[in-house]
Ligand binder design. Structure first.
Ligand code: 4AD
Ligand code: MG
Length: 465
């Protein structure tokens, strides 16, 4: 192994020209026009990688030449020199090459350029070495970084909500069950049902669909908190916007109402986009050129204009007047489908928007009842190309209203005794939202399918890697 300390390609600046450095990475391509070679190496730290020039003066060059194949891992040491090539201001003139991991050219699946995303999903162990997934990965990383800095700068406390739970926050019955009971012969009760008293936790348990109820507990002690963790939904929808396992950021704020909620949501989305545009220039240029031609213009527009804010009733009226035929007809009271959300954000307003005041019957039990007793203090952020990016609400802090709503929705109040208790012991108005992280990655990159927005997508009948 090379003894020189290896430098990540991202760290290289024109200030390094003239210095001897070592880089390590994977070969993207090799051109050997004469008795020398141009080796494009990428270590994942940047979009472009680094060009290495090797020739007869490079130690090991002749013996290694047959092994300098796409996909092989190498170390190269030499002087960083100014480059005449347009792409990069410098290249490495190698004095030594070292093969770290060979990669046979005849069996490496990433030889040819222009693989489809469908094909790349079948090689989930290699696709992160491609331009697109490489860039998505760095943008996703930058969005995560911006998430923490946004909330930390504003005094929010980072909270880890549990993954295994016995509560269905959204009440949509889309939970994956977690059990240690035998599936073939579970223990039975006297009446023939499964005896969950004998299960690991002594009652039915599931993977969480949302950390919100737990976040509410900590908002009522630490004022402003946020979670950032995996959530799970067993919805059988094979769409370009749904995953069975996705990551959600859920801020929860005490002494806050729906307006505060919307303001934080809008600033948070803009903060993330601004950070990505400032720190992922090459990756974003690539997306703009090869994935989504209008991307940069659209994102600049998002940053420079306020989100449109309208009520659900206004949204329905716009949809009823729309010159477009929808697959799902619109009436007051219906849930907005993705086609409706996209029409509003993409075609009507042409920018992100926030819809408030949804009918109570299509929303979860915890949302605060409005004075009309028909709608709740809910807000969804809809963005062009995606539809719903954020779902949030002001929470029902009034004990009696909450109890009544839970009865109407046939929820077991005893099971949620601690949630009700929060309304009895120093309860305050509070609000929060959940942002789907992969949908944010889609919004920021223009990537068409959510399965490219997460390293290892989980969707119905798809659990490889
Ligand atoms: O609107 P949802 O269901 O809201 C909640 O879970 C609330 N408890 C959040 C809160 O108020 N703390 O989900 C929030 C967001 C959606 O807007 C969407 O972006 C994303 O999570 N989402 C999904 N993303 C990918 N795949 C799925 N199956 C998703 N379901 C929701
Ligand atoms: Mg929602």
């Amino acid at each position: 192994m090379s003894t020189l300390i290896r430098t990540k390609i991202k760290q290289l600046t024109p200030g390094h020209i003239g210095q001897t450095i070592t880089v390590k990475g994977w070969i993207r391509s090799v051109r050997s026009p004469k008795d020398f070679s141009f080796i494009a190496v990428n270590d994942g730290s940047t979009f472009g990688g680094l060009q290495i020039v090797a020739d007869g003066g490079t130690q090991n060059y002749a013996s290694l030449l047959p092994d300098l194949t796409t996909g092989a891992a190498i170390a190269a040491t030499g002087e960083l020199v100014a480059s005449k090539g347009a792409e990069q201001p410098f290249e490495l003139k190698a004095t030594t090459l070292e093969l770290i991991g060979a990669c046979p050219a005849d069996t490496y699946p990433l030889q040819k350029k222009g693989h489809t995303f469908e094909f790349l999903r079948t090689i989930g162990h290699l696709r992160s070495r491609t331009n697109t997934i490489g860039a998505v990965t760095r943008v996703r990383n930058a969005l995560a970084y911006a998430t923490h800095t946004f909330f930390q700068e504003r005094g929010f406390v980072y909270l880890n909500a549990p993954i295994v739970t016995s509560s269905d926050c959204e009440g949509a019955g889309q939970m994956f069950q977690v059990t240690t009971l035998s599936h073939d012969k579970p223990p039975r009760t006297a009446t023939g049902g499964v005896d969950y008293a004998q299960d690991f936790f002594g009652e039915p348990t599931f993977l969480t669909v949302s950390g919100q109820l737990n976040a509410e507990i900590y908002a009522l002690s630490h004022s402003d908190v946020y979670t950032f963790g995996p959530t799970f939904r067993a919805e059988n929808s094979n769409t370009s916007r749904h995953l069975a396992e996705f990551w959600m950021i859920e801020p929860e704020m005490a002494f806050a109402d729906l307006n505060d909620d919307m303001n934080v949501a809008e600033s948070y989305v803009k903060y993330m986009l601004d950070h990505v545009l400032k720190t992922c220039g090459d990756d974003m240029k690539f997306f703009n050129q090869f994935i989504d031609k209008g991307l940069l213009t659209r994102l600049e527009h998002v940053l420079s204009t306020p989100f449109e804010r309208i009520s659900y009733t206004e949204a329905v009226n716009i949809l009823l007047k729309a010159p477009k035929k929808f697959e799902y007809p619109v009436t007051w009271g219906c849930d907005l489908q993705s086609e409706h959300e996209r029409y509003l954000a993409e075609e009507h307003f042409k920018k992100p928007m926030i819809v408030t005041g949804y009918p109570k019957d299509i929303k979860a039990f915890y949302m605060r009842m409005n004075d009309d007793e028909k709608t709740v203090a809910a807000m969804d952020v809809l963005v062009p190309g995606i539809g719903e990016l954020i779902g949030g609400s002001q929470r029902e802090e009034r004990y009696d209203y909450l109890a009544k709503r839970m009865d109407e929705m046939k929820l077991d109040k005893e099971h949620y005794w601690w949630y009700m208790d929060l309304r009895r012991f120093g309860g305050v108005p509070h609000a929060g939202f959940g942002l789907g992280f992969e949908r944010m990655v889609q919004f920021a990159t223009g990537i068409e399918n959510i399965r490219e927005a997460i390293p290892f997508p989980r969707s119905p009948k798809n659990i490889s890697f």
